[in-house]
Ligand binder design. Sequence first.
Ligand code: G3I
Length: 394
Amino acid sequence: MRRTRNSRSARLRFAALATALALGAALGACSPGAPSAPSPGTSGDEADPQDGAASPAPLPSGELVSASPDDLRLGVAVAGGGHHLETGLGSGTALADETYASLVAENFTSLSPENQLKWEWLRPERETFDFAAADELVAFAQEHGLAVRGHTLFWHSQNPAWLTSGELDDDELREVLREHVETVVGRYAGQIEQWDVANEIFDDHARLRTQDNPFLGRFGVEIVADVFRWAHDADPEAVLFLNDYAIESIGPKSDAYFELVQELLADGVPVHGMGFQGHLSMKYPKPGDMRENLERFAELGLEVAVTEADVRMAVEDGVASPEDLAAQAGYYEVMLDACLEVDSCRSFTVWGLSDAFSWVPFFFAGEGAATLLDEEYRVKPAYVALVDRLATGR
Ligand code: G3I
């Protein structure tokens, strides 16, 4: 078992946090409110003497990082673009908010741009790259000593219309992809540690997405190898991942990746990692065999990573029950345990800092509360459970 950074201080922080959370939860203070803009700066540390309530759950204050083994990156997706375009955030990134920015800087060691490195964001027009938002995130990460996970170079979603309209012939399409990969990876060479090179290339039936993905439909699976080679040439140090959801357990979809990645490795393709997104739902059982699944990829010599963890549940008017919030912790624990138990899992990323920024309510009506912090940035039982688990080391 490896030593944690500061296991004594982590345990003390954990004990204080668990007590504070228990007090808050006993009074129902931890339940998230209906979706709304977060109220940064409202720490909620002091109870209102008028209503006689005790302290609600606290804001996080570096407990995850203090408890974490030195060789594990703890990541968070930084909100911006995508579903946020329909919210008060508009086209900005949440880092403009001081509380949000300091919570990211103090509580994580890695960040993933949630949308700002996707094609629709970087390539609004064929001839134009727009790196402004991505540059801002990378600069923020550097300023605060965070690593960056790049997401993503090759996907069936969030592509600009000029790319998917079918107007490019095969040579043009291939050339545009090569140029994109080389330009984007090259720009951030030495600054983006890991890339989700190819994202979600198999569908829910474990079939290659030849219908949805504009490149797979035209060139077949061979193009995946090219994308990895181009990315590797552009930044030989970057760790290059395949990445997908619903592959946490062993089954047809994770098997499809297991076969593909072995073929790629046998062909000498520079694929270095397998990313398990970890978008779980409490409607379904926990992925009890996740460690075993990660282990089989690790045995191929790959890094593995949990890249987009969140755990959604049924909510009523945006509010989750205390019982469900308590049960949610077990789902997060399964994912963190799997990662901690596999040596080559060096990165565990959650998809959103707080429920105020989660993609879940926009995609799943009646579900939410999927992240570690509520809409006021207060810690939930899942957060406390992860601190506890990290403090025991690998
Ligand atoms: O493209 C439409 C546009 O035509 C329409 O006018 C506009 C207004 O509703 O919506 C646009 O789609 C939005 C899309 O982002 C593109 O901007 C969706 O509403 C919006 O919900 C979507 O959200 C992003 C989603 O990826 C897209 O699939 C989320 O912000 C982002 O968190 C989410 O992240 C993905 C990872 O990249 C990959 N893994 C799954 C994860 C969660 O879905």
